[in-house]
Design a binder for this molecule. Structure first.
Ligand SMILES: Nc1ncnc2c1ncn2[C@@H]1O[C@H](COP(=O)(O)OP(=O)(O)OP(=O)(O)O)[C@@H](O)[C@H]1O
Ligand SMILES: [Mg+2]
Length: 345
């Protein structure tokens, strides 16, 4: 099957953190890809490597962490080998990111309107990088509106009244407002990829739904691709076109929402889906037996094998290949890394 990530194509990505307790093997060969305008959710338990994957795309992995292997192709260019100045052109412009704690990501001593303007100006200026494609887009935008008007329009897009918002400081914002501000900032550069790392998990449920709905309509209007990181399968199903399920540093299953929900293959995905309570069901929420592995000395072979109800003799010996599932189509892109489905086993 053709791998067709014309926007983002991550292949065999490995990241380690050298700590006093030993080397944390955080990413163990991550594979995932997406096309322009697509929405991909990355799901998995705490510590499985979702944020490290996101930070690697932004090349924001810092000491003691480092990328040891693999590639992250963004529109064909490998971000792993780009210089810091080339990366600065991409960060915030072509790829933007929003985080779980929006208030912490804002400058506490600057009014939010001024922060958005600073962000817009920074994208326009050479200091934040420039290139021909973005340059022409910016010139067009600059002609259309000043940075002030642009900021006010962005506040309007995210459902905030600029007259009541632009002069507020971050501590005066509710969690939902702060996340709207972050979305306004992230989308002000018209990025082609927006990475959202648990953008709603700090908010209460009704606000979560509003923010996701807003994000969804904005990205659809502008054909922005979104990589959404979430713990919640329900959010992934509602929000995305594709789902990547991560376990202990690997993508163990990937495919369309329909493929993952109607035909989950990896025993971990099956366990995760059982753990999602069904509406109206009195069934207790199931948890997956066993504990998340220690990534300093992870299990050998398939990292899920100690918890796997279908373990085979080879599972603790080799790492299963991540390959197309039987019957997978170009449309569902169903892939799995499990010996239960490997053709030569
Ligand atoms: N700075 C660091 N130093 C050492 N280990 C780290 C560091 N950052 C991340 N890790 C390790 O990398 C692994 C993956 O972490 P990551 O933050 O990506 O998990 P996550 O899937 O985002 O979890 P959560 O759902 O809790 O946000 C974890 O085992 C974590 O302990
Ligand atoms: Mg995280």
């Amino acid at each position: 099957m053709r791998r067709n990530g014309d926007l983002l194509d991550i292949s065999n990505l490995k990241v380690v953190f050298d700590t006093y307790a030993g080397q944390v093997k955080a990413l163990n060969g991550v594979d995932l890809w997406m096309n322009h305008g697509e929405r991909l959710s990355v799901v998995g338990e705490t510590g499985c490597g979702k944020s490290v994957t996101a930070l690697s795309i932004m090349r924001l992995i810092e000491e003691p962490g480092r990328i040891t292997e693999g590639s992250i192709r963004f529109e064909g260019r490998d971000l792993v080998s780009l210089s810091e100045s080339e990366l600065n052109r991409i960060r915030g412009n072509d790829i933007a990111m929003i985080f779980q704690e929006p208030v912490a990501a804002l400058n506490p001593v600057m009014k939010v309107g001024a922060q958005i303007i600073e962000n817009i100006e920074c994208q326009k200026s050479a200091a934040c990088g420039d290139n021909e494609i973005r340059g022409s887009k910016r010139a067009e935008r600059a002609g259309r509106s000043s940075s002030l008007e642009h900021m006010r329009a962005m506040l309007g897009h995210v459902g905030l009244d600029w007259q009541r918002t632009e002069n507020l400081y971050p501590h005066e914002l509710s969690g939902g407002m702060a996340q709207r501000i972050m979305i306004a900032m992230a989308l002000s550069s018209q990025p082609r990829l927006l990475i959202a790392d648990e953008p709603t998990s700090a908010l209460d449920v009704t606000i979560q739904a509003q923010i996701l709905k807003l994000l969804n309509s904005l990205v659809r209007e502008t054909n922005t691709a979104v990589l959404l990181i979430t713990h919640a399968m329900g959010i992934a199903a509602q929000f995305s076109d594709f789902i990547a399920v991560m376990y202990a540093g690997n993508v163990v299953e990937y495919g369309s929402v329909e493929a993952i929900f109607s035909n989950p293959l990896h025993p971990y995905t099956v366990g995760l889906l059982k753990a999602v309570p069904k509406i109206g069901s009195a069934e207790e929420l199931q948890s997956i037996p066993g504990i998340v592995p220690d990534l300093v000395s992870p299990p050998s072979g398939c990292r899920f094998h100690p918890r796997c109800p279908h373990r085979k003799p080879e599972c603790d010996k080799e790492q299963p290949r991540f390959e197309p599932a039987r019957g997978a189509t170009e449309a569902d892109r169903h892939h799995v890394a499990c010996f239960l489905y490997q053709n030569d086993h």
